[in-house]
Design a protein around this ligand. Sequence first.
Ligand code: B12
Length: 546
Amino acid sequence: MDEILFIVPPNIKYDDFVKPAFNVQMVSKKSGNFGSIRTEMPLGVLSMSAYIKKFTPTQTMLVDFNIALTKLETFRFRSFAEFFRDFLSAPMLTNYTPSIIGISTLYSTSYQNMLDIAQCCRDIFPSTFIVAGGGVPMNMYNEIFRDSVCFDALCYGEGEKPLLGLVEADDKLRYLEENPSWITRRKVESGQPFQYDFIENLDEIPFYDFDILKPDEYDFNPTIITYRATYEKEQSFPAMTSRGCPHRCCFCSAHTIHGRKVRYHSIPRVREDLKRLRDQYGAKTVVFQDDHFMAKRQRVFEILDIIKELQIGVFFQNALAMYALDRKMLEALKSAGIDLLVLSAESGSNRVLKEIMHKPINISMIKQVVDDCRELGIYADLNVMIGLPGETKQDIEDTRNFLKTVNANWVRMSVAAPLVGSEMLDICLKKNYLRGSYLDCDFKKAIVETEDFTAEYIQETAYILNLELNFVENSDFRLGNYKMALKGFENAIRAKNNHAIAYYYAAKCYEKLDNLQKAQQYMNNAKMIVTEKSFWRNYADMFNIL
Ligand code: B12
């Protein structure tokens, strides 16, 4: 029987883990402060594991290094490579020899970690097949074969069918060379084309193999916690009812894995899976990961009816397409119990939305959706990014002025990141716009620099916009919803415990809510931080507070 060891590399670079930057979330361990890691169940692995077991008896095991790092109480390794070696040399693993090791790499920031893991696996398991899949291997095979000799092959697109083929093949090396969904060094050198092997009817994939992980290790879903203004810690599970997206947003690379055509699970299957997650696994919240959940309107209403019937909490963490959110849709979402929506506005400039991003929305839609959300009592969390190639300082000013008129509860400001596989990266490479490695990009660190702006300008402006829109001009505060505003401010304090501006506005909220003792305490904190930290003093001066 074949044994597959799936490995998920840390989604964070070593330096960002041991020396987190000023504008990111941190976690405290006994050995100091570290960059916070997103721990999310790896859906791709769970799907492949379930699919393969449906056809052939196979043992699968998962090592998710994001969980391993999160669980460590102290971390004193001088590199992740040292940590991987230590971890993978543990007796529990060395007594076991998988026939295939499959590394799943979705994030650019995991690139080096993936190479280090492959090297370590090659040393420990010299005769095991080492393959990798996910957006990074499929979009960066040239770089991977240049930087490593440890991979037997990389997967082109979705891996269910190619990996099953590999498991079933008697002559695995030959299979890898003959199957067009596997990328090998030889095929790259001879210029052979590669092909997707999609599963057209997603119902062919059985219920995902959640049994290869420990759900409670993932119960602290950091993405939901980021939106803690309205959410509390609870057991959540991911689900994906469709794959693929027809839109051509210049910053996205999801189509390189799942394609532009949307494929679906049937409605009865969606019901069955959600019910099983609730009844058998105790799911309180299901996090939908569809690339484009809104692709078929009638289907969305049907899924919302199921959610309502099952009384299960849901969260759309990838943001929903705003053009589909008319009043009827928002009312259906609200009646299914959804009171928080992440909305992909992305810009407050029509020119940027249309000409640069190719997003099928405009700013009047954004305003309408946010106003409707406020009326219906849905917390509206807007995603916005600045710093795309072709964007000007005037466009950013337009975005700023527009967002000040929108009553969103929170605005999540990011700097544009040229993801591998995105049109944006192609433009940046062609025009020589990159000031740094695109492997570093994580939506916090600006690396794009054009004729119109420097990377520093974008980085700093994004942070100022965050402070201005979420604190100084906070719409809940402005509209007198002090309790709601306070949740956002205290959430910011939890993420960054010396956030002087958050303390200041939280103090103002407590004052309005007549909790004068807490107001005084928070104001003292704000003043003390501003006196001690020039970083915060500068922003306090900029906004003329404290
Ligand atoms: C869910 C999701 C998340 C989740 C976490 C998912 C996880 N488990 O880690 C959350 C919400 C936390 C998240 C966050 C972010 N995400 Co995200 N996310 C996704 C999303 C929407 C779906 C991923 C998924 O579960 N797909 C479903 C499964 C079935 O597919 P899959 O995992 O790709 O696996 C299939 C294939 O890739 C392949 N495969 C994968 N592994 C392997 C291994 C082997 C051996 C083989 C053979 C095949 C194989 O076969 C699998 C089955 O078909 C993708 C977009 C997309 N549709 O891919 C973006 C995506 C992966 N995210 C992206 C980004 C940029 C981010 C963020 C940086 C965004 C931000 N602003 O903060 C953060 C950072 C995350 C971090 N970890 O630090 C980018 C990544 C691009 C890049 N090069 O870095 C993507 C591609 C979206 C995009 N805009 O282009 N994300």
